[in-house]
Every structure is written in C-alpha cells, then in structure tokens.
Design a protein around this ligand. Structure first.
Ligand code: THG
Length: 382
C-alpha cells in the first residue's frame, strides 16, 4: 500500500470542517478550487449504498463563493453566461454555463441572487474570481468581485428531509428543488437550498460563520443518529448514474455547453448581451462536431485507469469520466464522441467497443442521464 500524502498549507486550503473529516477516517482527498475535498470514506461502493439508503453530511467548502456586488453585477454576470438571468426568480438557484467569447466552457456555477445588486456564484473547479475580476476591470463595470468566507455543507440522501426538518423545522419540508430560503438555527441565519451534487434528495447549507457551522455539523450528527447519518462526499458512481457533469473532467475549456448537453440552459434567441451568444448561435446552425454522451458496457469484471473506445480497429472518442456502477452490472462512462458516429452506433451500423483492463467489451451509447431500463442493465447481487 502506498502511503502517499498531501502536504497541507495556506495554498491548499483546509476548511473549518477538515479536522472533523480527518477524524472520520477519510480515505482519500482530491483538490478542488485549491481546497480539500474528500472522495472516499469507506470505499466508493460502500459510500454509494450508504448515500442512496440513508443520509450523509458532506464538507463541500471547495464550492467557493465568488460574489459580484454593485450596480453592474447583473450586467457583468449576463455578459458571462448564455442563460437569461431575467428569468431567475428571487428564491431560485440558477445553474449557469459560463462561457468565453468562443462559446467555450469556463465554469458551471450555481448562482443565487442574494440581494438586488448581489450574486453569489457557487463555483466549480476553475478560477472564476480571476475571470470576473479581469472583465470588471477591463470593462470598467461598477461591480466589486470578491471571494467569500462561506463554506457550503451538503446533507444528501433519502433521509435528508427528516434530518433537516428536525433542525430547521417542519415547514422546510415543502422546499422545491433548486430553491432556497433563509432559515434560522440557534439565532444564526443561513441560506439553505434544496440542491447538491447527487441524484438523491438533498440540501445545501451555506455556512458563513465557521464557529456556528461547527456546532451545526455536530447537531446534524446528533439529531441523525437513528437515521444512520454518516460522513460522505460527492460519490463518483452515484453522480455518474444521475448524469451530473463535472467541470474539469467531463467538460473543460475545449467544449461548448451545446456539446455537453447543457443547451437547455442557453437562451440563444433572447437577444441577451452575453459575449458567447454569437458563437453559440453559429455552432447551433453548423451543428456540433462532437458531443458528450453516456457509454455503458455490461460484463466488465474490473476497469483500469486507462480505458479507451474503439470502432473496428480505430480508437474513437475521449472518455472523460468512468465508474463501475454499484447497483448494476455495468461500466459507465461519459465520453466525447463524433456526432455522426453516435448516430451510426445508435442505428446499429457500427459497433462501439470498450477496452479496459486489457479486455474488450461491446458498449452502448445513451443520452444522459442513463436509462437503465432501455440499456437492459442487470442488478448486481449485493
Ligand atoms: N452545489 C453548489 N455549488 C456547486 C455544485 C453543487 N458548485 C460546483 C458544482 N456543483 C457545479 N455543478 C453542478 C452540476 C450539476 C448540478 C449542480 C451543480 C445539478 N444539476 C441538475 C441536473 O442537471 O439535473 C439540475 C439543474 C437545474 O435543473 O437547474 O444539480 O452541487 N452549491
């Protein structure tokens, strides 16, 4: 067993909860927005089953908040995204593709309008602070860009509603998906949203007071004992089954939202003053040369880190993420594939082959999220 370690420093941010996560015997971390993010506690499979059956508390402080504040805040944000911000309701969590002038993805935050002239962008793993600051300075917009000491925690899993009601009261039980409220616990007010990077019922609490956050964390574990509450983190198997995209993995600076299946978050015909609109309209007219799809293969005993896709004897596509499903007998991948090839595979004219662990398997393509019934996935024995 390798005992490779990460060296912590100011440059690699800890969070108010890092010591608690370490005490909970975290097995591995990744680095996201230069912040520690746990990736496994027991094993990916055990964490998966616990998440889909019980409730977990996640330290997702790495979802840093970039704040745009001032008379020019909304104008600046609209310039950065093809989604029409005027459609955002006051209590809405607004998932935004952020694109450059070429229509290429720079980030995919969840935006919350916390006041008339103030937005919080809960960012994915790229430095949106620099991009927004550069634009604000370069264009002399009247807006202040900052990064906040706010550390989101996520409460995810089917029993999360019960647990959250015990803490924030019965009335929060009717909160809708991707909506938020300001809720008070022991005199502290937090933004609480029904969101989180899993396909399960779940909530996120935006902690802006570290000391209160630590008390709340303890309370979640105390109140959730009979619900088998546990430590957890975003689970790569579960999020792939749910079709949730990871910036830096599935999408990056080389692809557009139209290629990633994020077209439903692009309002290209609203005449928005957004820098990427022309490029995206042109791409829509031309058609995308390649796009992200789900790929699945049955009967794979184990995967290797280096998997590849083949048609005849030619390597095709680009696998962006992969996982062995815990629920189904299936290898799951998200891959960028040539659009014409996708159609030929779907029509059965071409056979897609997955190579992993030095073996070859026939693979199917599916639009995300995966539809297990159509793919004929068989349940794995537990
Ligand atoms: N929560 C918060 N901040 C975040 C994430 C989060 N920042 C980084 C990262 N995750 C942003 N990426 C995503 C990707 C997908 C979703 C949320 C954040 C998601 N999408 C749903 C879907 O695609 O079905 C719903 C989107 C919608 O309908 O608006 O949940 O998790 N705070």
């Amino acid at each position: 067993m390798s005992t490779t370690k990460l060296t912590f420093s100011r440059r690699l941010r800890e969070t108010p909860f890092t010591d608690l996560v370490l005490d909970a015997d975290v097995q591995s971390f990744t680095v996201y927005n230069r912040t520690l993010l746990a990736t496994t506690f027991r094993s990916l499979e055990e964490d998966y089953w616990h998440l889909v059956e019980h409730v977990q508390v996640w330290d997702v402080s790495c979802q840093r908040q970039v704040q745009l504040q001032g008379p020019g805040a909304t104008r600046l944000l609209q310039l950065m995204t093809p989604r029409d911000l005027s459609l955002a309701e006051d209590d809405q969590c607004f998932y935004l593709p952020i694109c450059d002038k070429r229509g290429l993805m720079l980030n995919d935050p969840i935006a919350i309008k916390v006041a008339e002239d103030t937005w919080w962008l809960s960012i994915a793993d790229s430095d949106l602070y620099l991009w927004a600051t550069g634009l604000a300075h370069g264009l002399s917009y009247d807006v202040e860009v900052s990064q906040l000491d706010v550390w989101p925690i996520a409460v995810q899993g089917p029993k999360s509603k019960t647990l959250m009601q015990r803490i924030f009261g019965e009335s929060m039980g009717d909160m809708r998906f991707f909506r938020y409220r300001r809720l008070t616990w022991q005199g502290c007010e937090f933004i609480v949203a029904r969101s989180g990077w899993s396909g399960q019922l779940g909530y996120e609490i935006y902690i802006d007071d570290a000391e209160a956050g630590l008390r709340l964390w303890e309370e979640l574990f105390a109140q959730g004992e009979d619900l088998q509450v546990g430590n957890g983190c975003p689970n790569n198997i579960e999020r792939m089954e749910a079709g949730l995209l990871s910036f830096g993995n599935d999408m990056d600076y080389s692809v557009s939202p139209l290629q990633c299946g994020l077209g439903r978050f692009c309002n290209l015909d609203s005449g928005l003053d957004s820098m990427c609109i022309d490029a995206l309209i042109a791409q829509r007219e031309r058609g995308v040369g390649s796009r992200l799809v789900g790929v699945a293969a049955a009967g794979v005993p184990a995967m290797s880190r280096h998997s590849s896709l083949w048609i005849d004897d030619e390597e095709v596509g680009d696998i962006r993420s992969q996982a062995m499903s815990a629920r189904y007998d299936a290898w799951l991948g998200f891959a960028l594939l040539d659009s014409d090839l996708i159609e030929s595979i779907k029509r059965g004219e071409k056979t897609l082959v997955l190579e992993t662990g030095d073996k070859r398997f026939t693979a199917a393509v599916d639009e995300l999220p995966f539809k297990p019934d159509e793919l004929g996935f068989k349940l794995r024995p537990r």
